[in-house]
Design a protein around this ligand. Structure first.
Ligand code: URA
Length: 444
C-alpha cells in the first residue's frame, strides 16, 4: 500500500473543521461522496447527524477559497453535467447564458428576462426552483398559468432552446444531487446563511447545468438571504470566482432587497405584473432591473450593442414569452386565477411612505397561502399582496397600503398582523437606496 494514501474517517473530518483547520481535497471528496452515495458495499457512509455537525462547524469556522472550490466540485461530481455546446439554430451555434437570483420578495424578474434575452437569438436555459419560506419560487409563479408544466426532459429542453430560445424548468434530480440533500439538511439545522455553503450550493448547480455564461443577481437587505451589503458582496465575489475558475463567464449585480420589487408578491399576481413589463409598461423598478440584467446577459453572450428596452417596447420579448409558455403546455391567453377573497390594510396616519419592509411583505404573502412552510406543500396560485404605496409616495389616513388576496379568509388575521407594521410613514421623503448597488466582475 502506498504511504501517501490518506485514511479518512468522518469524526476526524468534523474535528478538523471544529478546531479551525482546513479540510484536505481528499477529505472533502470523501465526505461528499459518502454522504450522497451510501452504497453498503463501499465502506462507511456519512450519517445525517455527522453531516449536520460538519455543516455547523463550517458555518462557524468558514471555508477557504480552496476548500469552497473543492466542495463545489465534489457536489458537481455527485451527479450529471449537462452540455449545451451542441445547440444550433439555422446551422449556427447558439450561445447560452443564464441568470440566477439569490431570492427576494416580489422577484419576478426571470419571467420577463428569459424571453427578453432569448428574443435576441441567445439561448437561456433557466433551471429554477420552488419557493420556501418568505421568498417566492419562479416555478410556483409560472404554474399559475393554466396548463404550464415545469418538468421538461433534457431532450425537450434542448429542442425548446433551439426553437424558442428560452426554457424555464425544474432541475432534474441528477443535477448536483449532493446539494439537494445538503440543502434540505441545512434548512433544518440553522446552517443556511453561510457564505461558502450558499456559494457552493448555487454554483454547483449552475456549473453542472452547463451554461456558457452566468449573471448573478445577489440581493441585499431585509428581504434577502444575507441582510448586510458586506456579506452580499463577499458572496458575489466568491460566486464570480467559482464560476470563472470553472470556465463559466460569470459576473454579478448586487441589488437592493430592502423594499419588495414591483407592486405584487404572490404567484399569479406576479405573472400579471410581468406581463405588463413584457407589454412595454410595468413598475419602474422591475423594468430597470430587467433591463440591467438583460444588458449584462447579452454582453456576456457577445451582444454588447443589443438594446433590451427596444424589444420590450416593440413586442419581440412578448412574442418569445408566448412561444415559451405554449412550448411547455401553457395557454398564454387563458385568464390567470384570481382570489375569492380580498381585504385591505390601510394607512393610520398622513405622510410620506419612508419604508416598505420586504421581509414583512414576503411573510404576509406567505401567510396568505402564496408560499410553503415545508418542501412539497401546495401553494395557492391566487394568494398574495398588492402594494399600493412605495417609498416616497404620499398617503392619507384610510388610504389602502396593501390588498391581501387569498382563497382561505381565515388567513387574513395573521397576514394583517405582519403587514400592519410593514410600512413606515413619516414627514420627509426617505433616503433613497439605488436599486443596483454594485457590479462585481472577475478581479474587481
Ligand atoms: N439558494 C441555493 O440554491 N442554495 C443556497 O444555499 C441558498 C440559496
Amino acid at each position: 500500500m502506498s504511504e501517501d494514501v490518506e485514511i479518512i474517517d468522518t469524526v476526524s473530518v468534523i474535528a478538523t473543521k471544529r478546531d479551525g483547520g482546513e479540510l484536505t481535497d481528499a477529505q472533502i471528496d470523501w465526505v461528499i461522496d459518502r454522504y450522497t452515495h451510501s452504497d453498503p458495499g463501499a465502506g462507511p457512509s456519512v450519517a445525517d447527524e455527522q453531516m449536520s455537525a460538519l455543516l455547523m462547524a463550517i458555518f462557524l469556522r468558514g471555508m477557504s477559497r480552496r476548500e469552497t472550490a473543492r466542495w463545489t466540485q465534489a457536489m458537481i461530481d455527485s451527479g450529471r453535467r449537462m452540455d449545451f455546446s451542441g445547440l444550433r439554430r439555422s446551422g449556427r451555434r447558439l450561445v447560452t447564458v443564464d441568470k440566477h437570483s439569490t431570492g427576494g420578495v416580489g422577484d419576478k424578474i426571470t419571467l420577463p428576462l428569459a424571453p427578453l434575452v432569448a428574443s435576441f437569438g441567445v439561448a437561456v436555459p433557466q433551471l429554477s426552483g420552488r419557493g420556501l419560506g418568505h421568498t417566492g419560487g419562479t416555478l410556483d409563479k409560472l404554474e399559475s398559468i393554466p396548463g404550464w408544466r415545469a418538468d421538461v426532459s433534457a431532450a425537450e429542453m434542448i429542442a425548446q432552446l433551439e426553437r424558442v430560445g428560452a426554457v424555464v424548468c425544474a432541475a432534474g434530480g441528477d443535477l448536483a444531487p449532493a446539494d439537494r440533500r445538503l440543502y434540505a439538511l441545512r434548512d433544518v439545522t440553522g446552517t443556511v446563511e453561510s457564505i461558502p455553503l450558499v456559494a457552493s450550493s448555487i454554483m454547483s448547480k449552475k456549473i453542472a447545468e452547463g451554461t456558457g455564461a452566468l449573471v448573478l443577481d445577489v440581493k441585499t437587505g431585509s428581504g434577502a438571504f444575507l441582510k448586510s451589503e458586506q456579506d452580499s458582496r463577499e458572496l458575489a465575489e466568491t460566486m464570480v470566482w467559482l464560476g470563472e475558475r470553472a470556465g463559466v463567464a460569470t459576473r454579478a449585480l448586487i441589488t437592493d432587497m430592502s423594499t419588495p420589487l414591483g407592486r405584487t408578491a404572490g404567484n399569479a399576481l406576479e405573472v400579471a405584473e410581468s406581463l405588463e413589463v413584457l407589454a412595454g409598461g410595468g413598475p419602474p423598478d422591475v423594468v430597470e432591473l430587467t433591463i440591467a440584467l438583460a444588458r449584462e446577459m447579452l454582453d456576456a453572450a457577445g451582444r454588447p450593442d443589443a438594446d433590451p428596452a427596444r424589444h420590450l417596447a416593440n413586442g419581440a420579448a412578448m412574442d418569445t414569452w408566448r412561444e415559451m409558455i405554449l412550448a411547455q403546455g401553457g395557454d398564454p391567453d387563458a385568464p390567470l386565477p384570481t382570489a375569492r377573497h380580498t381585504e385591505e390594510v390601510t394607512a393610520s396616519q398622513d405622510g410620506v411612505v419612508t419604508r416598505v419592509d420586504a421581509l414583512s411583505v414576503g411573510v404576509g404573502a406567505w401567510r396568505l397561502g402564496a408560499g410553503r412552510a415545508l418542501p412539497g406543500e401546495t401553494v395557492q396560485a391566487e394568494a398574495g399582496v398588492v402594494l399600493h404605496a412605495k417609498p416616497g409616495e404620499r398617503v392619507r389616513v384610510g388610504d389602502p397600503l396593501f390588498t391581501m388576496h387569498t382563497q382561505t379568509p381565515e388567513r387574513f388575521a395573521a397576514a394583517r398582523a405582519v403587514l400592519a407594521s410593514a410600512v413606515t410613514v413619516g414627514e420627509d421623503s426617505p433616503r433613497t437606496t439605488p436599486l443596483i448597488i454594485d457590479r462585481v466582475t472577475v478581479g474587481a
